[in-house]
Design a protein around this ligand. Structure first.
Ligand SMILES: [Zn+2]
Length: 214
């Protein structure tokens, strides 16, 4: 559901750009609101959330779909943890829907899906692994890389229950905004994928903004 936000960028307490192929790992506190902006359109922001006080509690695809009884994420979606707690709620969305079924790109899937020689190409899973290795104080490891959300990505479910990676429905300046219901660690890989249309074969930057509770 398309819903615009009244929040103004100039009142944000954090405002930064994540280049394609880079990661962001940061804290969003309970009550704060996070906005991701698809600056140039057709990008994919592969995102994981953790309870900042106990990262073994994390975003859960299955609990989220069960809670909302719908396959795609948009305004009103409650992003649930593996302990069935609300982590964040989407409060504004000018894109319309976001994927949480397609998973993230990895060197293994690049090799299987496209060509063995694509195996060496940079993938989202590499960016997540780099992030957790560069932040050892958080205690995250490979086993904490679970299901993710692909903000702005279009992965329609076909009538026979399959998934298809389709051209994006996002466009320059579209955004999604969510309010944290607990202190959350946000881990984003701004997708570097060049083999499928998830980012228009042209990875581009994402903007991240955070507002304090109003
Ligand atoms: Zn990716």
């Amino acid at each position: 559901m398309i819903t615009e936000s009244q929040r103004q960028p100039q009142t944000a307490v954090t405002r930064l750009t994540i280049d394609s192929g880079d990661y962001y790992l940061g804290l969003v506190k309970e009550g704060q609101t996070l906005r991701l902006v698809d600056l140039e359109g057709n990008q994919a922001a592969d995102t994981l959330f953790y309870n900042a006080n106990d990262p073994s509690e994390r975003y859960s695809l299955s609990d989220t779909l069960l809670a909302q009884q719908a396959l795609y994420l948009t305004t009103g979606s409650r992003l649930m943890s593996n302990l069935q707690h609300e982590m964040l709620v989407i409060v504004a969305d000018t894109c319309g829907r976001h994927d949480t079924l397609g998973g993230a790109c990895a060197t293994e899937s690049n090799g299987v899906r496209y060509d063995l020689e694509k195996r060496c190409m940079h993938a989202c899973r590499d960016s997540w692994m780099l992030a957790i290795n560069e932040h050892p104080q958080l205690g995250l490891s490979k086993r904490d890389i679970g299901h993710n959300i692909n903000f702005f990505m279009n992965v329609p479910v076909t009538p026979d229950g399959g998934l298809s990676f389709a051209d994006g429905i996002s466009a320059p300046g579209k955004y999604v905004e969510m309010t944290a219901k607990m202190d959350v660690l946000v881990l984003i890989s701004n997708c570097p994928q060049l083999n499928n249309p998830c980012n228009g074969y042209n990875p581009t930057p994402i903007e991240l903004l955070v507002w304090d509770a109003s």
